[in-house]
Write a protein that binds this ligand. Sequence first.
Ligand SMILES: *[C@@H]1O[C@H](CO)[C@@H](O)[C@H](O)[C@H]1NC(C)=O
Ligand SMILES: *[C@@H]1O[C@H](CO)[C@@H](O)[C@H](O)[C@H]1NC(C)=O
Ligand SMILES: *[C@@H]1O[C@H](CO)[C@@H](O)[C@H](O)[C@H]1NC(C)=O
Ligand SMILES: *[C@@H]1O[C@H](CO)[C@@H](O)[C@H](O)[C@H]1NC(C)=O
Length: 440
Amino acid sequence: MAVFPALFGFFLLAVVKGQVVDITPREAVRRVGDELIVQCKVPYPIDSCRMTVGPNSYRLLPTNQDEEVVYSGNGLQFGECGGLIKHVREEWNGNISCVVPPQSGSIELTATMQLTVARPPLQPLLITDTHQSSFKEGDYFMAQCVVPSGRPAAKVTWYLDDEPLLEGIHQAVIRPEPGSDLKTISQNLSRTLSADDNGKRLICRAEHEALDGPKDVARQLVVEYPPKRMEAGQITIFGLKIGEEGRLNVTVRANPAPTASWTVGDLVVSPRPAADDAAVVALEPEHLGGGYYNVTLILQRVAKEDVDRTYYLRVSNELGQEEFAVRLSTMDEPAARKANSSYLIDVYGVELGSGAIAGIVVAVLILLIAVSLIVFAKATDRWCFGGRSHRTDIPDGADSEAPLPPHDDIKGSENPTHDHGEYISNGNTKHPEKKPDTAV
Ligand SMILES: *[C@@H]1O[C@H](CO)[C@@H](O)[C@H](O)[C@H]1NC(C)=O
Ligand SMILES: *[C@@H]1O[C@H](CO)[C@@H](O)[C@H](O)[C@H]1NC(C)=O
Ligand SMILES: *[C@@H]1O[C@H](CO)[C@@H](O)[C@H](O)[C@H]1NC(C)=O
Ligand SMILES: *[C@@H]1O[C@H](CO)[C@@H](O)[C@H](O)[C@H]1NC(C)=O
């Protein structure tokens, strides 16, 4: 029973749907003063066209182009009812509708689009729950960026200096402001601080249609950590020469700046000014950037017993200390310590000297001789090939060897005199009964 009304309703909906006005764009963001064109279209000729913008309803005539909102389109006869809004006004934020006559009947058709008149947000804020000015490596850091009162909501992105930050970015939250159509966006960032973060600027960047450029709010990160070694175990300084000046340098990473002291036998050597004439001089740790320091001890003249010694270095700052054992070597740095790439260069650039080339030529010659011997032996049924063809004539037991002729060929040709031994040893493991055959 209910099927008929339902079907009728569906039919009616289809008819009404056929009369729907096509509007583009469906939404737009414009600044105050910008231009906006809204196009409406129906599939039949029309004789009038209206557009409601804000509180006003404009009658659009293709011949009248003098008003603030004027006709735009190819003509009413093509069913086009478009409006050109020459200068968007603040109070026009909201719906814009076009109104066209129906194809039949007397109820006018309308279509609506949403105009957002952009309003720049207020200055972005970067909020951290702690007020501490510096952090320790490994600390969990949380910041919130708030960009208030934009229309539409601003877009927020994060940077660490120039690098876009993608990890630890939480979902942005957009909240409407009570009593207005402005929106506030906030986004959280969480991060476990690393030594590399020290000195970097954490930037929250707000971008918005109504801003000529992005607005940044930034905070400098200070991350402190105790001295860290760059390589594990004992350090060996290579390439020192007996009787010449020796420089023992160790690279450490620390923040704040570390102090260094060396122990040479019973002697403790610390950096101090005007100690140039001493036999052993410690230099102040030299900052290489990024928290890396070059810590150096200078031996004015390297003596033979210096090479047998272990030098101890202690590097410390407010957060802790690290100790190093350093040894000297008069040898050059072993090749194994070098990078793979330099090893390859050694192989291709240096090792291919005259000796290597001669070796390659000899190897190629031996190979050529071996190949021609095989061909010759095969062609003339000599040596093992003769024996083999004889053996394969015997019907039983021979088929198991047949699938591997190249293997046999090479063995036979390389060492023709050991030929029997090879076959016997092969035969012993697999087919002991073949021994008499091959021995013939
Ligand atoms: C704007 O149009 C939408 C439908 O397109 C409607 O839901 C909304 O209520 C309208 N807003 C105003 C302020 O008229
Ligand atoms: C963002 O951080 C603030 C305070 O730090 C907190 O109150 C809020 O719940 C966080 N929001 C999200 C989405 O994590
Ligand atoms: C010592 O300095 C040289 C030159 O800068 C560097 O190549 C070497 O790695 C340093 N040695 C250590 C142990 O840091
Ligand atoms: C570290 O100091 C030593 C000795 O002063 C020097 O030879 C070396 O080049 C320095 N290394 C760097 C990377 O500056």
